[in-house]
Design a protein around this ligand. Structure first.
Ligand code: KG4
Ligand code: ZN
Length: 349
C-alpha cells in the first residue's frame, strides 16, 4: 500500500446488506456490513420496503463504524463509490442519496458502479490485479451469469445467464421446501455435508444436446427446483420421512455440477485461462471444491474471494471504484440515477 494510491469509500445497498467498505488502491482497510436479513426471515424473502427502511437506519452508523475501525477520516477520501444498480429500487436509492450527500459535502468525485462488476472486482483485494481478460461466473440471489471480462472497469461481456431463477434463488426456494431458514444457501451448504450427493439424480438444466445448441452458456434452475419439490411431496404423501441432508446434497450437486461444467467450457471456448467466481453462491463450499477440481483438470487458474467478500458488501464497491480512479476514469454525474435494472454491460453510471 502506498499513500498515493486512491483512498475510496464504497457504499452498497442493492438488497438487504448495508455495506460500507474502504480501500486504499487494492488494499482493504475495512469492510463494515449491517444486514437486515433477520427482519426478512419470517417472510421467506427480502421485503423491499423493509430493506429500504433498514438501510436508512443503518447508513450513518455503518459509515461511522467503517471510519472508526479503519482510522480513516472522511476528509481524506479521494472518491466515493456507490452501487448504482441493479437491485431493489428503493434500497439502491438510499445508498445513492447517501453517496451523493458525502460527495457534495466533501467535494470528492462520485462513481456510481455496477453491482455485478463489483462482485468480480472485489477479488483484487484478496488475490491482486485481475488477469485481462478473465472469465467470471457470477452467482447470487438475483443473478447467474457467465461473463467475459476484458476490463472490469469498462468492458464486461455476457456469454450466458439464467433463463429463469438465479442460482441463489433456487437455493433459497429449495431450503424453504426442506423447512430450512432464509436465506437458504448457507443452510443447504451445511445440511449437504451430512448427505449423499448421488442419493437422488436431480435434473441438470440446459445440458442436453438440443439445449446446448441454443443455450450453451445459459442456466436454468426452475425445473430443478420443481423436481426437488415434487420429490419431497411424494415422500411426504407416502408418509415417509424426508432425508433432508441427502436432498440438500443432491440438489446442491445438480447446481454446482452445471455451473462448473459450463464455466470451464466457456473458458475453453474463449481461450481464457483464468476463472473467477463471485456473488453470494460463491460462498458455497461444494461449488468452491468442485470448481477447484475441474479447473485443476483443465489447467485453468481459479480465483474465488473468501466467503465474506462473496456475499454483498461495501468493500467490493470501493474496490471497483478505486480501480476506476487509478485508471483516471472520469467520475459519474452528481445526478446519477439509481438504476434497478442496470445491464451488466454498463459498468459505470
Ligand atoms: O450476492 P448476494 O449476497 O446478494 C445478491 O446480490 O443477491 O447473494 C445472496 C445469495 C442468497 O440466495 C444466498 O442463499 C446465497 O447467496 N448464498 C449461498 C451461500 N451463502 C449465500 N448459496 C449457497 N451456499 C452458500 N454457502
Ligand atoms: Zn450481490
Amino acid at each position: 500500500m502506498t499513500p498515493d494510491e486512491p483512498l475510496v469509500l464504497g457504499i452498497e445497498t442493492s438488497c438487504d446488506e448495508t455495506g460500507v467498505g474502504i480501500v486504499r488502491g487494492s488494499t482493504l482497510l475495512v469492510d463494515a456490513v449491517a444486514s437486515s436479513v433477520d427482519e426478512h426471515a419470517r417472510f421467506g424473502g427480502v421485503v423491499p420496503e423493509v430493506a429500504s427502511r433498514a438501510h436508512l437506519e443503518a447508513m450513518v452508523p455503518t459509515i461511522e463504524r467503517a471510519c472508526r475501525e479503519s482510522g480513516v477520516r472522511l476528509a481524506d477520501l479521494d472518491a466515493i463509490a456507490v452501487t448504482a444498480g441493479p437491485g431493489l429500487a428503493g434500497a439502491l436509492l438510499v445508498g445513492v442519496a447517501a453517496a451523493k450527500a458525502l460527495a457534495v459535502g466533501l467535494g470528492t468525485p462520485l462513481y456510481g458502479v455496477n453491482h455485478l462488476a463489483s462482485h468480480v472486482a472485489v477479488d483484487v483485494v484478496e488475490h491482486g490485479p485481475l488477469p485481462e481478460p478473465c472469465l467470471a461466473l457470477l452467482v447470487s440471489g438475483g443473478h447467474s451469469s457467465l461473463l467475459l471480462v476484458p476490463d472490469v472497469t469498462a468492458d464486461v461481456r455476457p456469454l450466458g445467464a439464467t433463463i429463469d431463477d438465479a442460482a441463489g434463488e433456487a437455493f433459497d426456494k429449495v431450503a424453504r421446501v426442506l423447512g430450512l431458514p432464509f436465506p437458504g444457501g448457507p443452510y443447504i451448504d451445511r445440511a449437504a455435508r451430512e448427505g449423499n450427493q448421488v442419493a437422488i439424480d436431480f435434473p441438470r438444466g440446459l445440458t442436453g444436446g438440443r439445449d446446448m445448441e441454443r443455450h450453451r452458456f445459459d442456466f436454468s434452475f426452475s425445473g430443478l427446483k420443481t423436481a426437488v419439490s415434487r420429490w419431497v411431496q411424494l415422500r411426504e404423501q407416502a408418509g415417509e420421512p424426508v432425508p433432508v441432508a441427502d436432498v440438500a446434497a443432491s440438489f446442491q450437486e445438480a447446481v454446482v455440477d452445471v455451473l462448473t461444467r459450463k464455466a470451464v467450457a466457456a473458458c475453453r471456448s474463449e481461450g481464457v485461462d483464468d476463472l473467477l467466481i463471485g456473488g453470494g453462491v460463491a460462498a458455497n463450499s461444494r461449488l468452491r471444491a468442485l470448481a477447484q477440481e475441474r479447473c485443476d483438470d483443465a489447467g485453468i487458474r481459479l480465483r474465488v474471494p473468501r466467503p465474506g467478500l462473496c456475499t454483498d458488501n461495501g468493500a467490493m464497491v470501493a474496490a471497483l471504484g478505486a480501480q476506476m480512479v487509478a485508471r483516471g476514469m472520469t467520475a459519474s454525474a452528481l445526478d446519477l440515477p439509481a438504476d434497478s435494472s442496470m445491464p451488466v454491460t454498463l459498468v459505470r453510471a
